[in-house]
Ligand binder design. Structure first.
Ligand code: SF4
Length: 170
């Protein structure tokens, strides 16, 4: 589908992590309207409809944004229910938060020795990440051993100016 130059510039304002999705959404809407070219108004309309909720807003400036990193191996058998229940009820390692908090990301470390933690924290920093929780599966002995790379992972996250909390639901 053809795009006007203005429309191309406008779509670049959409955050990178949802831009591909935004392009598809715009083109689908434009096609449904029987047009053959995307213009800047089409981009603005679809952005408002599908993407705006994911973008930063000035009303959110005091919000605490957290992410949870968990063990890649344990993720094979755990959908993360206990982490989310603890967060939703503000229990255990989430009890210090009030209402003005959101989970910005939930990701696995990428396998030993936590190979994608640095990269994903860098991405989350673009969206004002404040705190990373290490999931309880990383910090306690249970069916799986405590993460042997925990200290390096903590150091890596803290070196980027992000607070680390050890644990989620235990
Ligand atoms: S680095 Fe730690 S958390 Fe990640 S897979 Fe290895 S043991 Fe699990």
């Amino acid at each position: 589908m053809r795009w006007t130059e203005e429309a191309r510039i406008e779509i670049q304002k959409v955050p990178g992590f949802v831009r591909k999705m935004a392009i598809k959404a715009v083109e689908k809407d434009v096609k449904n309207r029987g047009q053959e070219e995307v213009n800047v108004d089409d981009v603005r309309r679809s952005r408002e409809k599908y993407i705006k909720f994911a973008e930063k807003s000035s009303d959110d400036k005091d919000k605490t944004r957290i992410a949870i990193v968990r063990c890649d191996t344990v993720a094979e058998v755990c959908p993360g229910i206990a982490c989310f229940k603890a967060f939703n009820k503000r229990r255990q390692h989430f009890k210090q938060y009030g209402d003005n908090v959101e989970i910005l990301g939930y990701f696995t470390c990428g396998g030993c020795p936590g190979r994608r933690v640095s990269r994903l924290v860098d991405t989350l920093l673009k969206y004002d990440l404040d705190v990373v929780h290490l999931s309880s599966c990383m910090v306690m002995e249970g069916d799986y051993p405590e993460c042997p790379h925990k200290e390096e992972i903590i150091k890596c996250i803290e070196s980027k100016g992000v607070t680390v909390v050890e644990g989620t639901h235990h």
